[in-house]
Design a protein around this ligand. Structure first.
Ligand code: ATP
Ligand code: MG
Length: 593
């Protein structure tokens, strides 16, 4: 049978190569189900679909998603989308102490924000939800563990944690068999049931797979697969006092969901033999279907100037180095969204960096460039004066004002122009005036002429200063025949072109000038604590003078403030008629040496 949809040849990578091969071999055309009806394992049996790939994004709900997760989301959901397959959102919630509903909610929200969903058309056109919780499979996982015991592939070990560690051996030395390794199936079953029934204290024993204590791969030296832990679970409450280990749970989750390609980061490469071992033995026992899922590893995203470790992110939030999980300086997706980063920007970024098997560092500026590129297309232009001083046009009539016309988007004339008001007193940027001009300075200085963008050519005459010598007001005269858009506009040639807002019409607003959270490209490198590398100037809050129309900016609306960069109305703290803006990214990279 042929595929439903031809793959879209987007940025090819080795995983696409594997999928192309599997589909060409018609690998998923038949799925043989070996379990018995009524099994938990059967819940997806009806969904097995010929020639469709299934991937999954399996976050543990123990923190907020970060930019690294975006790479995995675009990869897994993107492959499913391109190949007409299905990607599951699965919460890998097997570790109750650190997990919570708050994290489940925020993760779901961010996956949707990036443009992906988990409600799909299943076979026969029926709707199916592909949202899963590992904890929903605890019953089956327990059964699978008993199945391994029954076939002599698992045993209950009562060695202490220390004994187990010592007997595991080292990279150069084989491990030693546990004295409990050869207890009978009946004994093992009885002990494992006692573990489940709460007859033994936490940590007193574990269930281990029985593989090979002399294996060259330490992960194959009888790994623990179940432990006793009296912990309340956000989903199953107090039903269980034993929980499966991640390495045991994860392959089972994949198998039960008939995942075809289980894609994870490189640190799991050494776990692949156990993944395959488990699949083989569970399939043998008739507990899971053939063909079993296969694990493939890719290089995780390492990005300069950020930390992408949940532990470090939690520390930044809990120790109040940032204001919250969605602080716009954090590399969480929630923070990036508040910062004004866009899903399209992340898509461009993940396409650009690709997927490989070799670990590398990606420059943060590549991510910023992607955001710039997308915002350059999407964001309308507005005028904002961020460091205001006054410019008085001495020969302009008092109390008068007039309309000037500014294009909303230079690349999209169809978006039209808006009206901005010009009057006698304007706000301009402090840096657009120099009493003693530096060489090559073409903006305002006494005697020089510049164009007020979308307005007139003016000639600078003088300035006023405060007692400390700071310029407070600049004076100029305008040339009435030079208005932009009139035939006289070309009559005088000037080199400088500055932006402005009319003081009477301006809207004053708070702007948070965000910069990178860390000043070192590799926070915590060497012997430093990563906290020592926090950039003390990662945010400066200013009062800016904005063109009047910005008063009505909606939360989460992005703009290019001409000559400055991209800014977004904060989605959380903007009020109607009183937006607060976050700087998303400057127009040019200021970090480049
Ligand atoms: P931990 O396992 O320490 O809690 P984690 O970052 O691995 O943290 P998970 O919730 O397990 O978090 O991640 C979900 C998925 O996202 C995994 O499949 C993981 O491989 C992937 N992922 C996590 N970090 C990155 C990264 N930096 N680059 C690419 N993929 C990542
Ligand atoms: Mg993980």
């Amino acid at each position: 049978m042929s595929q439903e949809k031809a793959p879209i040849p987007l940025g090819s990578n080795f995983i696409r190569g594997i999928i192309d091969r599997d589909l060409a071999e018609n690998k998923y055309a038949t799925k043989k189900w070996a379990g018995s009806p009524g099994d938990a394992a059967h819940q997806n049996a009806g969904q097995v679909d010929v020639a469709k790939i299934r991937t999954r994004f399996p976050p543990e709900p123990n923190g907020y998603l970060h930019i690294g997760h975006a790479k995995s989301i675009f990869l897994n959901f993107g492959l499913a989308r391109d190949y007409g397959g299905i990607c599951h959102l699965r919460f890998d919630d097997t570790n109750p102490e650190k997990e919570s509903q708050e994290y489940v909610d925020s993760i779901s929200e961010m996956v949707s924000w990036l443009g992906f969903g988990w409600d799909n058309n299943g076979q026969d056109g029926k709707k199916e939800s592909n949202l899963y919780f590992a904890s929903d499979y605890f019953d089956f996982m327990y059964r699978a563990a008993e199945g391994l015991i029954e076939n002599g592939h698992a045993y209950v070990d009562e060695q202490t944690a220390d004994e187990m560690r010592i007997n595991r051996g080292t990279l150069t030395e084989a491990g030693k068999d546990s004295p409990y390794r050869n207890r009978s199936v009946a004994d093992n079953l009885a002990k494992f049931r006692e573990m489940r029934d709460g007859k033994h204290p936490d940590g007193s024993m574990v269930l281990r797979a029985k593989i090979d204590m002399a294996s060259g791969n330490i992960n194959m030296r009888d790994p623990a697969i179940y432990r006793i832990r009296r912990a309340h679970h956000h989903n199953t409450g107090d039903k269980w006092c034993i929980y499966p280990m991640y390495t045991f749970a994860h392959p089972i989750e994949d198998a039960l969901e008939t995942v075809t390609h289980s894609i994870c980061t490189l640190e799991f490469e050494d776990q692949r033999p156990f993944y395959d071992w488990l699949m083989e033995h569970l399939a043998e026992a008739g507990l899971i279907a053939q063909p079993v899922p296969k694990q493939y590893e890719f290089a995780r995203l390492n990005l300069t100037y950020v930390v992408l470790s949940k532990r470090k992110l939690i520390q930044l939030v809990e120790d109040k180095h940032v204001s919250s999980w969605d602080d716009p300086r954090l590399p969480t997706l929630a923070g990036a969204r508040r910062r004004g980063y866009t899903p399209e920007g992340f898509k461009l970024f993940t396409d650009r960096i690709g997927v490989s098997k070799a670990d590398s560092w990606i420059e943060y500026s590549i991510l910023e460039d992607c955001m710039r590129e997308v915002l350059n297309q999407e964001a309308e232009r507005r005028i904002a004066v961020l460091d205001p001083i006054k410019l008085v046009i001495d020969n302009y009539p008092e109390n008068a004002s007039e309309d000037c016309f500014a294009p909303n988007h230079p690349l999209k004339p169809e978006l039209g122009k808006r009206t901005v008001q010009l009057s006698k007193t304007l706000w301009i940027e402090r840096e657009d005036f120099m009493e003693e001009p530096a060489k090559g300075y073409f903006r305002l200085f006494p005697g020089n002429m510049v164009r007020l963008r979308y307005g007139y050519v003016v000639k600078c005459t003088s300035c006023e200063k405060d007692p400390q010598g700071n310029v407070t007001t600049v004076h100029c005269e305008y040339l009435p025949d030079t208005k932009s858009g009139t035939p006289g506009s070309d009559s005088v040639k000037v080199k400088g072109n500055i932006h402005w807002v009319s003081a009477n019409h301006a809207h004053e607003a708070e702007i948070r000038m965000y910069d990178r959270l860390f000043k070192d490209p590799h926070p915590g490198s060497g012997d430093k604590d990563f906290l020592e590398d926090i950039n003390p100037n990662s945010v400066t809050t200013i009062k800016a003078q904005l063109e009047a129309s910005l008063k009505d900016a909606k939360p989460a609306e992005s703009f290019q403030f001409e000559r400055h960069g991209y800014f977004v109305a904060d989605r959380k703290e903007s009020l109607a008629g009183k937006p607060v803006f976050n700087r998303t990214v400057t127009l040019k990279d200021a970090w480049q040496k």
